[in-house]
Ligand binder design. Structure first.
Ligand code: FES
Length: 85
């Protein structure tokens, strides 16, 4: 489990181990577009502003992984990550 902070309004969303970042954000009312929900299409890309992501997608290149995270499959290595659109 980890906490995702939604940068635009500072809301804190708990992401349980069995729930994706995408689903947790949506349950809290954050609109995140998605398509494949399998880490391959690139639609759900968020900006990663702080924290370290656990990248599990097949979309982002190495350099892109510095500042982005795919919400449908990727998680966090830190207890908290800060993300935005
Ligand atoms: Fe396709 Fe996340 S919805 S990569």
């Amino acid at each position: 489990p980890f906490t995702a902070v939604w940068a635009p309004d500072g809301r804190r969303v708990q992401v349980p181990a069995d729930v994706s970042l995408l689903t947790a954000l949506r349950r809290d009312g954050v609109r995140v577009d998605a398509s494949c929900e399998a880490g391959v299409c690139g639609t759900c890309r968020l900006t990663l502003l702080d924290g370290v992501a656990d990248h599990r997608d097949a979309v982002l290149t190495g350099p892109e992984r510095v500042g982005h995270v795919m919400a449908c499959v990727s998680r966090a290595r830190t207890s908290e990550i800060v993300v935005g659109p």
